[in-house]
Design a protein around this ligand. Sequence first.
Ligand code: 3PG
Length: 223
Amino acid sequence: MSLSNQLTNPIANQWQISPKDLFAQGKIVPVLVIKDVADALPIAEAILQSGIKVLEVTLRTPSALDVIKEIATHLPQAIIGAGTVTNAQMLQQARDAGAKFAISPGLTKDLLKAGQEGDIALIPGISSISELMDGIDYGYDHLKFFPAEASGGVKAIKSISGPFPDIKFCPTGGININNINEYLALPNVACCGGSWLVTDELVKNKNWAGITQLCNEALVQIK
Ligand code: 3PG
């Protein structure tokens, strides 16, 4: 039996979008911290304008769930997900707000179980082999590697591909236009997340065109 057969998670068949399809939507996943709901649509539209379709709105602000709802309602072409989902309750709240997937910086057994029982894809986060093995035990083979740069970066992910060749990663944390290609060159990296595409400064100045420009520059860089 191949490792990928062992990893088959029957519950994942009920997920609205599979992690494999999600990771295949684009090589860049903008990580967003949006404080004001009024900024949600302009930011999302500015990103979509570049051709990037997957957005991660972190549940780190009081308005995050409303931001997800706003984007899910008005921009159905966006594949909107929730980030910083650290427990089962947040996973449920994200799903109810309209998130099509959820990403966590880490994993707990409760969260892994809730992900299996839910209907949106959960991408748990790992930064160690033991956490990775916990994820595999629960059937997860698409994971976030976080915090990427601080946890060994490209070298660490490359080493993991030896014993775990079938696990695919979305590394995040310290990735930007200068180092993203080193990550994307790894066979076990499908896409990378990062907050550098939507800076506080651009949002403060409502410089939506500036966001599209950063996204376009990043897309040119990875070609
Ligand atoms: C996060 O969840 O904060 C992301 O990993 C973003 O990291 P970055 O700000 O280093 O891109």
